[in-house]
Design a protein around this ligand. Structure first.
Ligand code: ZN
Length: 359
């Protein structure tokens, strides 16, 4: 455990190693949040605010645009992979190297070394990303101090292998319950079979043709699928209840209300006794048509790709701030015992972001 505050004069790869050696498993981020706050408070060009173990630092230069650089400071549980280890091939190993202390190191380096950026900057460091959504520090800041997160564009430095991942798809889970009437299966005509009543639901799902809309140049791919089915009473009973659990992954050109309305419409002709919304997290627009995003794309290069899974960019989108993922880590190695990051990727991301913010 480091006792001195973080030294922001270290280069980003070295800083990543220090951050990895400073354990901060979800729920245990206070010491690291303290160190980050202390290091940022020493920078005269930033104002620093704190809510719980979430630290927000901002410039106030009166620039025409404000961009947000955000990252979570927690990690999944350590798996014999701390302290960090730099091998002879320029690869740094350890818990959080990819997800996402390398990204946090880049944020801290930009905060420390770009005192007069061409756009006002907001740096967000938050806790509890790797655990249940209601604990998520970014969500807590969004609820308590939405003004701290205001901006024209946000970059989350989550592992994306130094590629831009725009927006994210929404996810809706509904329970479709059918009803029937119990009877002895020897006299089945006396009852009504709820499992059979689910057949039209399954037929709709099997024949459903998902859209592949192109938004800001990115092709998304929706999906409507049964992910569970439950029903039956006993081997000799006609069942009176059946539940089909359906998951809809939808592109960011639909609002939450529109997504829900679409699913209701798909099953409108089915005989559904109860339609229950079990879980719903909205999609996020990639926002790549915004001028700040276009300049960002030009500076970082490459081609943006869509994000199919749900991520915290959606929390920014809900606040009206378009957001992308762009970070040095590789998501394929996140949460793994052999988690690692290429030092070259860390340096590359830092250079690209600096170019964007100082051009
Ligand atoms: Zn992460």
């Amino acid at each position: 455990m480091a006792e001195t505050p973080l030294d922001l004069s270290l280069d980003a790869p070295e800083l990543t190693a220090r951050l990895v050696d400073f354990p901060s498993v979800s729920g245990d981020e206070k010491a690291l949040a303290d160190a980050i706050e202390e290091a940022l408070r020493a920078l005269p060009h930033l104002t620093v605010d704190r809510h719980g173990n979430n630290v927000v630092a901002r410039t106030h230069l009166g620039r025409a645009e404000r961009v947000v650089l955000a990252g979570h400071i927690d990690t999944v549980p350590i798996a014999d992979n701390v302290p960090s280890r730099l091998d002879g091939n320029g690869v740094l190993w350890g818990c959080g190297t990819s997800d996402m202390k390398s990204g946090v190191a880049v944020q801290l380096r930009i905060a420390a070394t770009v005192p007069a950026p061409n756009r006002d900057l907001t740096f967000v460091f938050y806790d509890n990303e790797e655990v249940a959504a209601h604990l998520n520090g970014l969500g807590h800041v969004a609820d308590a101090h939405p003004d701290w997160l205001a901006g024209d564009f946000a970059v989350l430095l989550e592992p994306s292998d130094a590629q831009v991942e725009g927006g994210c798809q929404g996810t809706l889970r509904v329970l479709l319950r059918t009803a029937g009437e119990r009877a002895h299966s020897a006299r089945s005509w006396m009852g009504s079979n709820a499992i059979h009543s689910a057949a039209p639901i399954l037929a709709r799902l099997a024949s459903y043709e998902p859209r592949r809309p192109v938004i800001d140049g990115l092709e998304y791919h929706e999906g409507l699928n049964a992910v569970a089915i439950e029903g039956g009473v006993a081997g000799n009973v006609i069942p009176d209840a059946c539940t089909v659990t359906v998951n809809f992954r939808y592109a960011p050109d639909r609002t939450e209300q529109e997504a829900l309305a679409h699913v209701r419409e798909v099953f409108a002709d089915c005989d559904i006794a109860e339609f229950v919304v079990d879980d719903h997290s909205g999609a996020a627009l990639p926002g790549l048509s915004h001028p700040a995003a276009a300049a960002f794309m030009a500076a970082v290069g490459g081609t943006a790709r869509p994000k199919f899974g749900w991520t915290d960019v959606s929390r920014f989108s809900a606040l009206g701030v378009p957001a992308v993922n762009y970070g040095p880590g590789d998501a394929l190695f996140a949460h793994k015992r052999d988690e690692h990051v290429a030092v070259e990727r860390i340096t590359h991301c830092e250079e690209r972001l600096r170019a964007w913010l100082t051009a």
